[in-house]
Design a protein around this ligand. Structure first.
Ligand code: TEU
Ligand code: CA
Length: 571
């Protein structure tokens, strides 16, 4: 709509630097590789790129452990390379946003090194330090039972100063003390203004609801009686001062007309979400809700004994919860199914069983994403229908700290029981964040064209790259890639319906077909998606207008819907 913020009808392409394009054959993607791929990125019809962390970091958590906000991880390049990239994007009419990771830093950040050096150091209070507790046997215990999101206690004992520090993620990611105004100022200057002044157009804000912890640091309720640590999300998410902090951040961002998209885990009520994204609240432009990507992942993400399923009704409800954010409100929302923490959408919500079903279901998912309201996000490789790592791969191919911690813990707890370790592998085939981190598949050359043929990529390329790659799909009118380009074009042309239209589900109870409408004042879309592997009948809802088929993923549509067939009608 006229006068709307620029980011509302933007399509954002997410880049995971390590796995996108390696320009110098060291096996690690880099900024020059991204610069050399900008023609490709532009050809997709996207408006913005989002770069996952490229800051200097020991890479314990792939750059989400930042050691220096004002420098670049040397294998990725330099600050100067970033300046060239920002400029190259802008010259093409692309915008660029960075990842803002400020709930925690790396333990190698100079702030933390100072903080841990002594109890009287001026930066002691920049992190969250607490004294030990002692049990009835006089044994030292952490301040509470909170479990780290990557497993184990969220508290780490520091031998030198004899206190514990908090780390909601890994040991090497100490949580910053946001209660300290001087610390907040340092974060705003170093992590935000430094890059805003270089011209970046906004940020994806990591774990945006965890900065303010509930100040009692109370024990979490015992959900897992076998463990000494407990999931404690409600005690560190959406704490009492979070909206005050986000207000301060917004004061800075609004000077630059910068957009923000916050990552909002563990927030399940509409009111809770609106507190972050209602325009009147002046907090964030939009957030990622987790309802859709959490489908079938189990309650606590890990320690699965059976793989939970999901139903199409659950998927519809998850889609609805993000669409409802803008229904009659002044808020904005997002559309996404993949990112660097999730398995591939084709493997999860479509089918990678046969090439035919893979291609068709990838296009069907593109039809769903392409017609839902909100800012659209496409994760690298999604546009060519990349799939999860092969089931046969062993633990040696997995690199993510979350996966490795999980596997090693299983090893310890079960005394290397091969049956339990096999189960752990099945869980990882389902849950691991690694699936989205395999190298981008550019062509059929050795290493998928990600790296030179003599290089050893930091992660093994998928064995299927000769069949699924950019080069092949660019030449093919019927490829997943060509289909995404078409959807991106249609999204611009029919923005009143696809980006802004009012969403309504027509078949809530149907467990095979998902039918929804998108309406503007003058016209409507009807989207019909067969999420099943079997033929399904369907009826066009009665209307006085003629429905015209705008786009579909089956060559010669019949009366009934083929497996994973989708159709979008305009009236
Ligand atoms: O993720 C935070 C988050 O809450 C989850 O998506 C998390 O990855 C998952 O629960 C682990 O099982 C963000 C980043 O996207 C992720 O890559 C980082 O590891 C994490 O923050 C810490 O910075
Ligand atoms: Ca490289």
């Amino acid at each position: 709509a006229v006068g709307e913020k620029w980011w509302k009808n933007s399509i954002i392409y997410q880049i995971y630097p390590a796995s996108f394009k390696d320009s110098n054959g060291d096996g690690i993607g880099d900024i020059q590789g991204i610069i050399s791929s900008l023609d490709y990125i532009s050809s997709l019809g996207v408006d913005v790129i989002w770069l996952c962390p490229m800051y200097d970091s020991p890479q314990i958590d792939m750059g989400y452990d930042v050691a220096d906000y004002e420098n670049v991880y040397p294998p990725y390049g330099t600050v100067q390379d970033m300046e060239v990239l920002i400029d190259a994007c802008h010259r093409r009419g692309l915008r660029i946003i960075l990842d803002l990771v400020v709930n925690h830093t790396s333990d190698q950040h100079k702030w933390f090194k100072e903080s841990r050096s002594s109890k009287t150091n001026p930066k002691r209070d920049w992190y969250i330090w607490k004294p030990a507790k002692y049990d009835e046997n006089g044994q030292r215990q952490p301040p509470n039972n909170w479990r780290s999101i990557f497993g184990g206690s969220a508290w780490e004992w520091d031998e030198q100063t004899e206190e514990y520090y908090l780390h909601l993620f890994c040991v090497e990611q100490p949580d910053v003390n946001w209660e300290n105004a001087e610390t907040r100022k340092a974060i705003y200057d170093s992590a935000m203004e430094f890059w805003l002044q270089k011209g970046v157009d906004g940020f994806r804000v990591d774990t945006v609801n965890m900065y303010s912890k509930h100040p009692e640091y109370a024990n979490a309720p015992i959900l897992d009686p076998k463990s000494t640590t407990q999931p404690a999300f409600s005690l560190f998410c959406n704490g009492p001062r979070i909206h005050e902090y986000l207000g301060e951040m917004n004061d800075i961002l609004s000077k630059y007309d910068a957009m923000t998209v916050g990552e909002l885990p563990n927030t399940h009520t509409l009111e809770g979400v609106l507190r972050y994204v209602s325009a009147a609240e002046n907090q964030l432009s939009m957030v990622f809700q987790f309802d859709l990507v959490d489908l079938g992942m189990g309650k606590d993400y890990k320690f699965l004994t059976t793989i939970p399923g999901w139903t199409l009704r659950d998927l519809k409800a998850a889609v609805k919860s993000a669409q409802d954010v803008i229904k009659g409100t002044d808020a904005w929302t997002t559309v996404f199914m993949e990112n660097h923490d999730q398995g591939r959408s084709v493997s999860r919500f479509g089918s990678d069983k046969t090439p035919e079903l893979r291609v068709r279901s990838a296009k069907m998912l593109a039809m769903m994403q392409g017609t839902l309201s909100g800012t659209q996000f496409i994760y690298q490789g999604q546009e060519i229908g990349m799939v999860n790592a092969p089931k046969e791969w062993t633990i040696d191919e997995y690199k993510d700290i979350d996966s490795l911690n999980y596997y090693h813990m299983t090893r310890q707890v079960t005394n290397n029981d091969p049956v339990e370790l096999e189960k752990a592998m099945v869980s990882l085939q389902h849950l691991a964040r690694d699936h989205s981190r395999l190298p981008m598949q550019w062509n059929a050359d050795v290493n998928a064209g990600f790296s030179s043929s003599s290089a050893k990529p930091w992660m093994r390329p998928h064995d299927n790259y000769p069949d699924i790659n950019v080069s092949l799909q660019e030449k093919d009118q019927d490829s997943v890639l060509s289909f995404w380009k078409q959807m991106n074009q249609l999204r611009k042309e029919y923005a009143d319906l696809m980006v802004y239209g009012e969403f309504e589900i027509l078949d809530e109870a149907n467990q095979s077909v998902f039918t929804f409408t998108k309406k503007s004042k003058t016209r409507s879309l009807i989207v019909i998606l067969n999420f099943s592997e079997t033929v399904q009948s369907f009826e066009k809802p009665g209307t006085d207008r003629d429905w015209k088929l705008l786009v579909g993923n089956v060559e010669d549509p019949q009366e009934a819907l083929q497996a994973f067939e989708g159709r979008v009608f305009l009236a």
